[in-house]
Design a protein around this ligand. Sequence first.
Ligand code: HEM
Length: 117
Amino acid sequence: MEFLRHLVVLIHLVGFAVLFGAWVVELVNGKRGITRVMHWGLAIAGVAGLALAAPWGIEYDLDYAKIGTKLVILVVIGALLGIGAGRQRKTGSVPAGIFWLIGILTLANAAIAVLWR
Ligand code: HEM
């Protein structure tokens, strides 16, 4: 059970890496757009995160204030990806504020996971 939970944490981290990695690629290549890969990363991190939000394979209590905060941030990132992709389709580019917020909030969620103890 514990091994299975660690496996789900690994999948969760892959989702984070895919989302944040895709965002960094867009930052560095100067296009600053929203890509399909970002949506995939968010979906992977989200599904694995929800699985981890249930108390199985652990002997300690989960911090639901922390998990709830991460869930709210995930929903906001999802909304920004949706709005940004819509604007990209219509105007050909993503507003800078939306693009930056996606990266900052993704990093914030990882920081909350690691630093909120
Ligand atoms: C973009 C969104 C997210 C990012 C970047 C992210 C990032 C991370 C990272 C880096 C860890 C590993 C922390 C560590 O092992 O010390 C982690 C763990 C965890 N995340 Fe997330 N997360 C996200 C969304 C979510 C969501 C939506 C939930 C739940 C609703 C969630 C629930 C958890 C839980 C419960 C753990 C602890 C797993 C354990 O140690 O058993 N995460 N997250």
